[in-house]
Design a protein. Structure first.
Length: 293
């Protein structure tokens, strides 16, 4: 096996589509770990009967996490400790896969990025999403940008268009084929396992989710590694769908408010950016926090 998917889940209605498309469009070279933090619990036996190489881990309810919502970082770390494959993928449950070539595009991006900067090899590749959230492209709230409209299935020609053509977003941004960009939001992030473990686990101080990805970009950079997004591979990310549902209040009630934290400036100092402070060396990286169950 080549890859292990780690998918933290706090709502029950997105994971079925995520798994359906993952298994349909990914070469059979992977395991899947679903970290079940839902209120009622996922139908574990049904899913395990439906999909091979699938493990479902039900998180515990503890004094620190009264409903079992460990947050994205801790839940993902939970799964990473069990990884035995050369790659693993941190995957949000609101990601859909659309073409079997997505995996080969990720491997191509690893190779080309490392060849371009051998002194700063690639440790993570995140496929592009052809939905871009409003905030990422300077649009009003709710006015997201779609390179292609969402639909249940895409043609080979449509995926060719994503990979091979320019995509004009606005006067400041045109996505070019065969390109990478450093310092990205992690929603379907394929990591070189050995390099990840060298840098260390996600900082569990970030809770319930958000901020840990930029922190990790910074830490990786200070170790001399690159974390990139790419137009050589594409998925559809619904973006921030994890709590946008009729049951929002019920789900929010699972969050332990005394643990809420997301402040890179507090951790790194004012003027934080994802490039880190390379001239100080990796010994200057502030320590990450491991939160007790």
């Amino acid at each position: 096996m080549q890859n292990t998917f780690i998918i933290p889940v706090i709502r029950p209605d997105m994971i079925a589509r995520c798994l359906e498309t993952l298994y349909r469009y990914t070469p059979p070279n992977f395991y899947v770990m679903v970290i079940d933090q839902t209120v009622e619990g996922l139908p574990a036996e049904q899913l395990r009967a439906q999909y091979k190489n699938l493990t479902i881990i039900r998180t515990p309810r503890t004094e620190n996490h009264h409903a079992g919502n460990l947050g994205f970082a801790k839940a993902t770390n939970f799964g990473i400790k069990l990884v035995e494959t050369p790659y693993f993928t941190m995957c949000n449950d609101d990601v859909e896969f659309v073409d079997r070539r997505w995996w080969w595009g990720v491997l191509e991006a690893f190779e080309k990025t490392t060849n371009a900067t051998p002194d700063r090899p690639c440790m993570m590749v995140n496929p592009g999403s052809f939905k871009l959230p409003d905030w990422s492209v300077g649009r009003p709230k709710g006015d997201d940008f779609y390179i292609l409209p969402y639909k249940p299935k895409y043609t080979t020609e449509e995926y060719d268009h994503l990979v091979n053509d320019d995509h004009y977003i606005n006067e400041h941004l045109t996505l070019k084929p065969g390109s990478v960009i450093d310092g990205v939001t992690m929603y379907c992030s394929v990591f070189d396992t050995a390099k990840f473990l060298e840098v260390g686990m996600l900082d569990e101080h970030f809770y319930p989710g958000g901020g840990e990805d930029y922190d990790y970009n910074c830490r990786a950079n200070m170790f001399g590694y690159r974390c990139v997004g790419t137009t050589m591979s594409w998925v559809f990310h619904h973006w921030s769908s994890t709590l946008n549902m009729l049951d929002t209040e019920k789900i929010k009630a699972t969050v332990d408010d005394h643990l809420r934290w997301n402040n890179n400036n507090e951790k790194w100092g004012e003027g934080f950016d994802v490039w880190g402070v390379k001239e100080k060396g990796k010994e200057a990286i502030p320590p990450s926090k491991i939160v007790a169950l």
